[in-house]
Design a protein around this ligand. Sequence first.
Ligand code: SF4
Ligand code: SF4
Length: 349
Amino acid sequence: MKFKLDKKDFENFLKDLMETYDLFAPVQLTEGVSVFKKIDKPEEVNLTQLVPQKSAKEVFFPQSETMFRYEMSENQSPIVSEQKIGRERVLLGARPCDIEAIFIVEKVFIGEDYTDVYFLEKRKKTTIITLACNHPLTTCFCSSTGGGPFRKDGSDLFMIDLGESYLVELLTEKGLAFSKNRFFKEAGSKEIRLVKELEEKAAKKTDSSIPVEGIEKRLDLMVESPFWDRIHEKCIGCGTCTFLCPTCHCFDITDEATNQKGERVRNWDSCLFPIYSLETSGHNPRPTGRERTRQRLMHKFNYYPKNFGRVACVGCGRCILYCPVQFDVREAILYTSSRRTEGRKGKFK
Ligand code: SF4
Ligand code: SF4
């Protein structure tokens, strides 16, 4: 089902949404810095930045999350309270790459042998309204990683910006709950034609030439390649790429306690930090940037595909856009497909 939503009605559409749902959407914090957060007022929603610095991952897997609180007292067991999600939620305005990434992270958090209740609870209670990318950036390469600027998979509703209005497509049962929305008007052939044009133009703008196909097999042959000696040299280990990446999902758990009270907190972590793999004995199996950079790339392009059948990269380009030393993951991927890698000193710059 396809509808038209006029932009003049958009703020009231959001107001209505917020009566029933907790709304999460991109918000501009400072000039050019945009993140996903819970919306307090409809006018906070800002859909202008194509790739907000922090991804929609945070809506399901926050940077810092209290898992439970506890209090000890004599002759009593600890009192534990789990954090529950109250209202149903809507995630609005995430782009197709961020939605694809949620499903990559989900495979780890909701596995066959275990389920992460904190992630699951949020996923079950969230309706996803995706926004298509009419103008992909030069750093976008979603078409190389199996996605695309108009990819609808994983969305409950799919929105396309037509200038004066949005075309809204209802795709799932959760999406169909919106079919009687008072602001939705029937979409005509003019809108449908415009969508086709926009989709064709956007497809031409994303880079589909990055050789991601078969990369896990190429990396199998490169575990001890000189490539790793060169590639890590300019990385300063700040962890920006891993924190902003929508698919990175490493975390650390700490107890923050005073006297008899405390809380258990889960925080994002990064395999690029020196102490990430430091063992209590003092031994560190990844003592230098060489091993840590290898871990970052191997996890995304070798271990994850072997476990789950696809690379853990959606081509959003955040790690390229925001790395302070211009480390470009596309160059690393290209290098793996070059014959130069085998047994010779790498030329990675
Ligand atoms: S953002 Fe760049 S410098 Fe920072 S850890 Fe990642 S690759 Fe290294
Ligand atoms: S590795 Fe880089 S391009 Fe790929 S999903 Fe992560 S941030 Fe985006």
